[in-house]
Design a protein around this ligand. Structure first.
Ligand SMILES: [Zn+2]
Length: 263
């Protein structure tokens, strides 16, 4: 009897996995034919602001791949060199290689050591915002993509990146028209159900018209996986598991809600 129950459970999971992959492939094909409404024009530049080398891969790879494959000029700014354990130089090289694999050439990758990689340190957002503005001008980008207020993993440096971009959007630091998107954090179980998250992501996109769902193909997932392999210094067992089971195939971008109070 228990064997029957477990067999039925496995069949259901198998069915859901096949259905999820079929939906994923179909949605990716639709996105290829009909671009998403992100307010971008042909050849526009986009600045992706992350806090550490490997964030671009672990969290933003579906977004970066979507943009680079459609000819947008993606620039990546890492606000730290990831020097918490003293291996910042190595991690910058890994960032360059990872970005190259995602379609972002070396001359569009910026990394600063002005801000400290420290999970206990909240950066001053006006200083960080000015730094981001300098890179916006350099990259001629009018679109920023970064973390949301939880920062996917709750890391305080990720939250600081969000707060700094919010400050930039709300303040008069930047004179050009600017649009910003945040990568939506999800509750814990959703992080590790891989492609099955497509059902929940679709539901949330349907509920919230400000959310844009980006879907990566299985080939994109493989590219993202290879990018993570470039971060050899970070390949501890739990990150390997994260890459295997994480929802690296989907990303939900949300328009910054400018009137939302700063956290
Ligand atoms: Zn990070």
């Amino acid at each position: 009897m228990s064997l029957d129950v477990s067999s039925s459970g496995m069949l259901i999971v198998l069915f859901l996995l096949v259905a999820a992959y079929l939906i994923l492939i179909k949605l990716h094909a639709i996105q290829t034919e009909k671009p998403l409404r992100l307010g971008l024009k042909r050849n526009d530049s986009v600045l992706v602001v992350v806090s550490h080398p490997d964030d671009e891969c672990l969290f933003f790879s579906p977004t970066i791949l979507y943009l680079t494959q459609r000819g947008f000029k993606v620039h990546v700014l890492s606000l730290t060199s990831g020097n918490f354990y003293g291996d910042g130089k190595r991690r910058v090289r890994e960032l360059l290689n990872s970005c190259d694999n995602l379609g972002v050439p070396h001359d569009r990758v910026f990394c600063t050591n002005k801000f400290e990689d420290n999970p206990n340190l909240d950066w001053e957002c006006d200083i960080v915002a000015k730094h981001i503005e300098e890179h916006l001008a350099k990259s001629e980008a009018n679109t920023i993509i970064t973390f949301d207020d939880y920062g996917v993993s709750g890391h305080i440096n990720h939250k600081s990146a969000y707060k700094s971009v919010r400050h930039l959007v709300r303040s008069k630091i930047c004179s050009r028209d600017l649009q910003a998107f945040s990568l939506e954090s999800v509750f814990l179980p959703r992080k590790y159900i891989q492609v099955l998250d497509i059902f929940i992501s679709l539901f949330y996109e349907w509920l919230d018209s400000d959310t844009t769902l980006i879907v990566a193909s299985p080939a994109d997932y493989y590219t993202a996986y290879n990018s993570m392999l470039k971060h050899q210094s970070q390949l501890v067992w739990f990150r390997k598991l994260f890459v295997i089971f994480s929802r690296l195939v989907t990303a939900c971008l949300s328009n910054f809600q400018v009137n939302k109070p700063l956290l």
